[in-house]
Design a protein around this ligand. Structure first.
Ligand code: SF4
Length: 369
C-alpha cells in the first residue's frame, strides 16, 4: 500500500475549527493510518490556531468515538478520520473526515471469477423456482447457501460493495460492469451505514434476495468473511491497494463454521458465563447482555455482566467462569476466539447451545443494526 495515495480531506475540518475558534481538538485515526497521524496534526496546526491531541488508543471503527475522556481534557471538537457517522451519539461534537484512496484496479482478472459466481447464483435461483418439485430434503441439499441456509433468492444481481476508502469508485465500476453484461446493484443498508455500498465488519444490512453474488472493493478478509457469514453468497474481491483479484475461499468459511460448531459443543456442560458488554458508544448492547443473563437463569445457569472498553484475553482469562458470551464488537468472538483460554461465543451461539435456536436452519451472523 502506498500511503501517499490516500487523500485526507482536511479542508472542512480546518474551516470548522476557524469558524468556531476552537483551541484544542482531538484527532482520532484508524490503526492503518496512524503512521500518517503526525503529518495530519502538523497540517491542522499550520492552518489553524488550534492545538491537536492525538487520541492514540487503538481505534477500529466509528463505533469507538472518543468522548468524555477528551471532554475532561478540555477538547472542544473530535476529528474522526477514515470512518463514517453511525447511528450513535458520543456526546462530543465530531467532524468525520473522509479518506479516499486513488487506486483503480482493472476488471480483466476479476471477470472470470464474477462470471462463475453469477452461474452459481443462477443455479440457486433456478433451483428455487423449481422448489415445489422437490421433496424438502432434496430441496435443502440443492439450494443451501455457504452457511447452510435456505435463503430466499429472487434474482441473481451482482451486489457491488466496498470499504469506505473505495466507495467513490462504486458508481463508475457499476457502469463498467454493466457494460460487461452484469446486472449490478449498489445495496443501501440501514442506519448504521452512511453510504450506498458501504459494509462494516458488523453490518451488512444492504443485502437483499435480489442479490445473488457480490464484488467487494477493498483489501483483507475482514469484511469478506463477515459478508459471506451474513449472506452465504459467493464473494469476489478486487483490491485497489494491490490490484489483486480473488474470491473469498469457501474453505476459510467452512473452517470458521467448524470452529463455531466446536465452541457450541464445548459449552454444553458450562454452568457459569461472563457476559461481555462493550463500553464503546457504538458497541454497547446492554439489553442484549441482560437478555442473555436472563436466558442463562432460565436454564439454571449463571451469567456475570462484565463491562469493558477494550476486550482482550489478558483482561478476562482469569475470571473463574466456564465460558464467555460477547455482546461487544461481534468480530471479537469470530476473529479472535483462539486467543482466549475459554470458549468465547456470540449470543446466537449461546441460544443454539441452550436449545433456543437451531443451527440446522443456517448460521446466523451476529449483526449490530
Ligand atoms: S463494532 Fe466492530 S466491526 Fe463494527 S464498526 Fe466497530 S470495530 Fe468495526
Amino acid at each position: 500500500m502506498d500511503l501517499e495515495r490516500h487523500d485526507f480531506q482536511l479542508d472542512e475540518l480546518v474551516e470548522r475549527i476557524k469558524k468556531n475558534d476552537h483551541r484544542l481538538i482531538a484527532l482520532q485515526v484508524p490503526e492503518g493510518l496512524k503512521m500518517q497521524a503526525l503529518e495530519m496534526m502538523d497540517e491542522i496546526e499550520d492552518e489553524s490556531a488550534a492545538k491537536v491531541v492525538l487520541a492514540a488508543d487503538p481505534c477500529y471503527g466509528a463505533c469507538d468515538l472518543v468522548h468524555d475522556k477528551m471532554r475532561a481534557m478540555g477538547v472542544e471538537l473530535v476529528a474522526h478520520m477514515g470512518h463514517s457517522q453511525m447511528n450513535i451519539d458520543s456526546g462530543m461534537p465530531t467532524e468525520f473526515i473522509p479518506v479516499t484512496y486513488d487506486g483503480e484496479p482493472g476488471l480483466e482478472e476479476i471477470f472470470p471469477i464474477i462470471s462463475s459466481h453469477r452461474e452459481l447464483a443462477i443455479n440457486r435461483l433456478e433451483n428455487m423456482s423449481q422448489m415445489k418439485e422437490f421433496k424438502e430434503a432434496d430441496g435443502q441439499k440443492k439450494f443451501l447457501d455457504a452457511v447452510g441456509r435456505i435463503a430466499p433468492l429472487t434474482d441473481c444481481k451482482l451486489g457491488l460493495v466496498g470499504s469506505i476508502q473505495h466507495l467513490h469508485l462504486l458508481e463508475e465500476y457499476k457502469e463498467r460492469l454493466e457494460k460487461l453484461g452484469f446486472d449490478v446493484e449498489i445495496p443501501v443498508g440501514g442506519d448504521r451505514l452512511s453510504f450506498p455500498g458501504q459494509v462494516l465488519g458488523c453490518n451488512y444490512s444492504g443485502d437483499s434476495p435480489e442479490i445473488g453474488h457480490y464484488l467487494f472493493l477493498g483489501s483483507g478478509d475482514f469484511h469478506p468473511i463477515g459478508l459471506v457469514l451474513h449472506t452465504g453468497k459467493p464473494l469476489a474481491i478486487l483490491d485497489p491497494y494491490t490490484d489483486e483479484a480473488r474470491e473469498m475461499s469457501l474453505e476459510v468459511i467452512e473452517r470458521i463454521l467448524r470452529q463455531r460448531f466446536g465452541l457450541i459443543m464445548a459449552i454444553d456442560e458450562a454452568q457459569s458465563f461472563g457476559i461481555l458488554i462493550g463500553e464503546k458508544p457504538g458497541q454497547m448492547r446492554r439489553n442484549l447482555a441482560i437478555r442473555m443473563k436472563r436466558l442463562l437463569e432460565k436454564h439454571g445457569k449463571k451469567g456475570y455482566l462484565l463491562a469493558l472498553d477494550h476486550v482482550g484475553p489478558e483482561l478476562i482469562n482469569f475470571y473463574p467462569v466456564d465460558a464467555f458470551v460477547n455482546t461487544a464488537c461481534p468480530r471479537i468472538a469470530i476473529d479472535d476466539s483462539t486467543r482466549y483460554e475459554k470458549p468465547l461465543i456470540t449470543p446466537y451461539e449461546l441460544e443454539v447451545s441452550l436449545g433456543e435456536k437451531k443451527w440446522e436452519t443456517g448460521y446466523q451472523f451476529d449483526e449490530i443494526p
